[in-house]
Design a protein. Structure first.
Length: 317
């Protein structure tokens, strides 16, 4: 009887010792960046992962390398592993609907960043792209005094850049003293820089001296245009150029007197990553309702127009 009592007491002590350790097991967060070679994808994903590590969580950071099959494969593997939560940066909820649905069925909370809404996710952390498009368009037309001609370089293969272009068209429809002299539509290709360079070089040469503004749907396109204009000897302020995204290279160019890039609408990608992780803690760890974080399918953050008047603040260490 005494031996059985001792064994029972020992088992109870082991269970008590194991209980707190199990309760304190770190939360596991998986972060998927759709294409980490893209600065914006990497900024959001790395910020979400860093914020999670700072909380003592276990973090898995994956790169889909811009491949939908790999994106789906990584998602499938995560669903089988069942982490505490998943953050997807610039993902494809429509194309990977089956994977998002499987995560929801498995009870895994998913938050996306700049990916669009899905019935299978908690919400998408984003900016109001209609507002972003209006900021960019109105800054450019203001610089042109609402008259003259401009060139545009667009990308229809992404919802955000497509919306920005549509908003520009609406603004132009109400300001008909401004005309679009030429436009280049960027193809979805691995060598997109060469695509933009070839298309815009032809437009710039053909219309030299005939335009006052250039609108680019994202900063990478503006870099190519800036390089082309500098090679032609253009000076800052001769042509007003605006794009969207923000980042160290963009701010450097805005401040650089040799660069022709004038402004961008800065999207807070790092803050998006941090907010996604904080929201996951509130909902998945503290078990607070989703409505305590945001109402509806989006958690919208503010984007700010950055030009020479305020770029020093963004360049500060």
């Amino acid at each position: 009887m005494l031996r059985r009592d001792l064994l029972g007491a020992s088992a109870a002590m082991v269970a008590m010792a194991a209980g707190p350790a199990a309760a304190q097991a770190p939360f596991e967060l998986a972060v998927i960046g759709f294409q980490m070679s893209s600065e914006t994808h990497a900024r959001a994903a790395n910020a979400a992962a860093a914020a999670a590590r700072a909380k003592g969580w276990n973090v898995t950071l994956l790169n889909s390398e811009g491949s939908l099959p790999k994106h789906a494969e990584q998602f499938d593997a995560l669903v089988q592993r069942k982490p505490g939560g998943i953050v997807v940066c610039m993902g494809k909820p429509t194309e990977a609907d089956a994977q998002f649905a499987a995560a929801a069925k498995a009870g895994i909370p998913v938050i996306t960043i700049m990916s669009g809404s899905s019935p299978h996710t908690l919400f998408d952390v984003a900016v109001n792209e209609y507002q972003v498009g209006a900021q960019a368009a109105l800054w450019l037309l203001g610089r042109m005094n609402y008259r003259g001609a401009l060139l545009t370089v667009r990308f229809e293969g992404n919802a955000a850049t497509r919306i920005r272009g549509k908003v520009l068209d609406v603004v132009l429809s109400e300001n008909q003293a401004v005309t679009v002299l030429g436009r280049h539509a960027m193809a979805r290709t691995a060598s997109w820089q060469e695509d933009v360079r070839a298309g815009m070089q032809a437009l710039l040469l053909r219309n030299r001296g005939r335009y006052e503004g250039i609108w680019a749907s994202f900063d990478g396109q503006a870099y190519v245009v800036d390089d082309l204009l500098q090679a032609q000897g253009a000076k800052k302020g001769e042509v007003s150029i605006i794009s969207v995204d923000g980042g160290k290279e963009t701010y450097r160019r805005i401040a650089d007197p040799e660069s022709t890039l004038m402004a961008t609408v800065a999207i807070p990608f790092e803050e998006m990553g941090r907010r996604a992780t904080a929201a996951m803690e509130s909902i998945a760890v503290r078990k607070q309702p989703v409505a305590s974080v945001t109402a509806g399918p989006y958690l919208l953050l503010e984007a700010e127009l950055v030009d020479q008047s305020n770029v020093a603040r963004y360049l500060a260490p």
